[in-house]
Every structure is written in C-alpha cells, then in structure tokens.
Design a protein around this ligand. Structure first.
Ligand SMILES: Nc1ncnc2c1ncn2[C@@H]1O[C@H](COP(=O)(O)OP(=O)(O)OP(=O)(O)O)[C@@H](O)[C@H]1O
Ligand SMILES: [Mg+2]
Length: 473
C-alpha cells in the first residue's frame, strides 16, 4: 500500500501541485519519487516529485529577522515553524486503460501517497510486454515502453562515460530483439559491441559498390581537384573504369594500375573534348592517383555484399560491424554501402523489421556535415522517413545534443524517443528547454550519475520524462 505523505497545498492546477509534507516525511520523499494524489475533485492522479523546499518561518533570510540574529550568534532558532514542500508534476489521471491527461483541478487538501518498493505504479502507465531498465532507485519497477513507436526512431544522448553504449547494449538491443527487430550495430570503436555479439564483420571484409568507392576517392582527393560535390569528368572516368575492369580480387597494386590505365583511356577517347581540356583532366587524374595509393585500393577488396549482411542478421538476430580498423571515410563508405541496400529494399516497399544502431552519431551526421558526411547525413534522414513506413528503426548515440558538439538538427528532429543522460556543459541551453517544460533542473542533468537517463518521447507511455536506470548483468 502507498503511504500517505502529505496534502496538496494552495495553488494547485490540473498539471501541477505542491504537497505539504507530514512531519518526518521529508526523510522519505525524494526528487523523482512517484506519488498518488487522491484528488478530491475526481480520479486518482499519478505524479512525480520534482523540486523540494525546506522552509522555516523563524529563519527567513533577505531581511534582518530575529532568526537571523539567532543564527549569527550560533544559536538554533525554533523549528516549530518549519515545514517541507515538494513540487509535483502530474503524469496523468489513472484510468482502467492506463494513463490519460488529467483535466480536473487538483483540490487543495487532497491526500498525497508515496509508492513503496513493493507496489510499483508502473502498471498504471499501461499494459505492455516490453520494458526498458527500471525506474530510478527501484530495481523492481520495470518501465513499460510502447512498441508501435520503435520505428519513430531513438536518440541516446550524454557526455562521454555517461553510459550510452551500456544502455544500448544491456537494454535497447534486447528490447529491440523482444519487439521483433533484427539489429545491425555500427560499432565505431569496435570495443563496445563487437566483443559481446556474434557474428561480427570488419570493414575490409565488406564489398563497397563502385559509386561509393568513387565518393571515397573524391573525399581523399578534394573531389579529384574539382569544386566539392560538382559532377566532374575525372570522377566519371574513374567510376566507369571501376565498372569496366575486374579490379576486385587482385593484388592491390595491379588493380590500381588497371583502374588508372582504363580511366586514362576513357578520358583520351571522350568525344568532342578539346585537347587541352583532356590534358588538364589527365593531369588531375594523375595527381589524384598519387593520393589513391595501393593501400587505398586494399581497403576495398572485400567480398561480402550488403545483402549477405542483411541475410545474416535475419538468421542470427544481431550483426555487428566492427569499424575499429579503418579511417573515417572508409567507415562512412561501409555505412553507405549497407544502408543503400536497406534503402533500396524499402523503396521496393519491403518491410524490414530491422534496427540500425549508430554509435558515435555525430561522426555520421554532425552539426555541419562536410564531404562524405553529407552523404551519410542525407542517407540517415532518408532512412528515418522510409523507416517509419517500412519497419526500420534508427538508434543514434551522441555525446552532444545541439550545436557544434551535437547531432545534425535535421536528423535529430527524426528521433522521436530520447534517452538523456548526463549532459555536457555546452548543452546547458538545450537542457534549459527541458527544465522549463518538465521541472528538471539543468543542474540535475549536468550531474546525473553514469547509467541514469531521462526517458522521454513517443515510446514513453508517460507524457512527461521518467528517470530510469538499469543493472549490469
Ligand atoms: N547502469 C550502470 N550501472 C553502473 N555502471 C554503469 C552503468 N552504465 C554505465 N556504467 C559505467 O559507465 C562506464 C561508461 O559507459 P559507456 O561506455 O556506456 O559510456 P558512453 O556514454 O558510451 O561513453 P562514450 O561517449 O565515451 O562512448 C562503463 O564502463 C560502466 O562502468
Ligand atoms: Mg560509447
């Protein structure tokens, strides 16, 4: 049974109230404690305590009172006129089918009760077979989630060491599996997931399509010495060469020579181009190939095709792409090769039931994308839009929320469920927006312990954020 802790004070509304605590209850009630308000005006209301206050009338500050004089002379003023308050934020009215928006004013003098460890109020949030972690400080209170919003995409935010990868590994991936999704994990560092799941693929095993290889070469050579992103004849010649010669499955030096010679031929034979233009193009090709070394060719000799990876994930449930060995552009190229295939399937109206976990999100979709990052950012936005219709869930982890340290704004807008852990001081402005809407103070967000996250958005049956944590197994 919940235990009575106090009564609602004056000034309550339908969405918030203040509870005046019974004597001693200030030692029981904590920030984020869940309470039941027995609203005298109607139904029972579920609410969360956010922002406590201790008041002693004999010790008012801001003016020279007798209490202040007492304190100054090292004496303790009376605690007779001392009391404690907690602000309550209403989660909703409790109905038979879960929680609904509370529309009744909460009557002052309504009794407020605190849920004890044994009687979890989580079932009031609605019936669900899927859960994530547990409510803050209550290992037995499994937090329900709404399955139908999984493919409205998920964002996990928090500074380095706040527990994003752990949350994903211990909670989000199992949740996705329970919800019927197969999971492809892009493990940027290769240490967060690759050691814990099977099978894993390394970058050099995966076959990259020719167009993406050209984009990669373009990123290396400043677009073959043309203005960034401009279509250009040298890139076109290299792409055609890659298509026309059998360059995979050979010695890297040999395949590089083959492609280079073929591209030269294509430029020389292109009809209607002036001789000096051709010379310029050949020069750009030659100098680009000084950067595109054998080593670069070696990166692309993999033979496992994206469709095989998708087949594997359907078979095994989870597949990890270990991206630890490789430079950034190569990692992004592999990402593009795989997601291109997923995108094509969805464009053919195929439902995927696949989740794509992207750790270190800003590497793919930063605030201001450059080079290949623009392709990956656009790709993620497309995947988000298609995914809502064709069962692809995107899960993105990021150290920052907004601005320079954050995730691209257009991508972030697509993440309708968010887990927010300890934030970076640079994100304080972002945190203030949350603070204003939900009484969560920026200080709280700046100091959350590792493994603690506010859960908010579409997958959360509660309209206001809930503080969750999880246990390491
Ligand atoms: N629920 C938890 N309980 C206890 N410890 C935890 C919990 N979650 C995470 N930790 C601790 O926090 C550490 C950092 O977690 P994790 O690697 O997930 O951080 P991260 O947010 O992914 O950081 P980065 O951005 O650097 O990748 C872990 O090594 C673990 O010790
Ligand atoms: Mg991490």
């Amino acid at each position: 049974m919940p235990i009575p802790i106090g009564i609602v004070g004056s000034g309550a509304s339908e969405s918030s109230a203040v509870v005046v605590l019974y004597d001693g209850m200030e030692k029981e009630v904590k920030n984020e404690s869940l309470v039941l308000v027995r609203n005298k005006n109607g139904a029972n209301v579920l609410a969360v305590c956010r922002g406590g206050l201790g008041i002693n009338e004999s010790l008012r500050t801001g003016a020279y009172t007798p209490g202040v004089a007492y304190a100054k002379s090292r004496r303790i003023p009376s605690s007779v006129k001392e009391y404690f308050l907690f602000k309550l934020q209403v989660i909703g009215e409790i109905t038979e089918n879960g929680i609904s928006q509370n529309r009744m004013i909460i009557a002052p003098t309504s009794i407020v009760e605190l849920f004890t460890d044994e009687d979890s109020p989580m079932h009031y949030l609605g019936k669900s077979e899927l859960f994530i972690g547990h409510y803050w400080g209550k290992p037995n209170w499994k937090v329900p989630v709404l399955k139908e919003y999984i493919n409205y995409h998920i964002g996990v935010f928090g500074v380095t060491g706040s527990g994003k990868s752990y949350l994903t590994r211990y909670e989000i991936i199992p949740l996705l599996r329970n919800a019927g999704y197969d999971v492809i994990v892009m493990d940027w560092k290769g240490s967060d997931y690759a050691p814990y799941f099977e099978p894993t693929f390394t970058l050099d095993q995966i076959k990259i399509d020719n167009m993406t290889v050209v984009r990669y070469f373009g990123a290396l050579t400043k677009n073959f010495h043309y203005i960034d992103r401009e279509e250009n004849p040298v890139a076109a010649a290299v792409e055609t060469a890659l298509r026309q010669v059998e360059w995979r499955g050979r010695d890297p030096a040999e395949s590089r020579q083959l492609v280079l010679q073929k591209a030269k031929q294509i430029i020389l034979n292109s009809p209607g181009v002036k001789e000096d233009t051709k010379t310029l193009q050949l020069n750009r090709l030659e100098s680009s190939f000084e950067i595109i070394t054998e080593e670069e060719f070696e990166r692309f000799l993999g033979t496992i095709e994206p469709w095989e990876i998708v087949q594997k994930v359907k078979e095994k449930g989870v597949v990890v792409i270990d991206m630890s060995k490789g430079i950034k552009e190569q990692k992004l190229s592999v990402f593009i090769a795989i997601t291109k295939y997923l995108k094509r399937l969805m464009e053919r109206k195929q439902t995927l039931n696949i989740a794509l976990v992207i750790d270190e999100g800003p590497q793919y979709a930063p605030w201001q994308p450059r080079g290949i990052e623009r392709d990956t950012t656009d790709m993620i936005i497309d995947l988000c839009a298609l995914g809502r219709s064709y069962g692809l869930s995107i899960v993105i982890l990021s150290q920052g929320m907004a601005g320079e340290i954050g995730l691209n704004a257009a991508v972030r807008r697509n993440l309708n469920t968010q887990f927010i852990g300890r934030i970076h001081p640079l994100d304080v402005e972002e945190a203030q927006k949350l603070a204003a809407s939900y009484y969560i103070s920026p200080e709280t967000l700046l100091t959350l312990p590792e493994g603690h996250f506010y859960f908010l958005g579409r997958m959360n049956p509660s309209p206001i954020p809930l503080l969750i944590s999880f246990q390491l197994r």
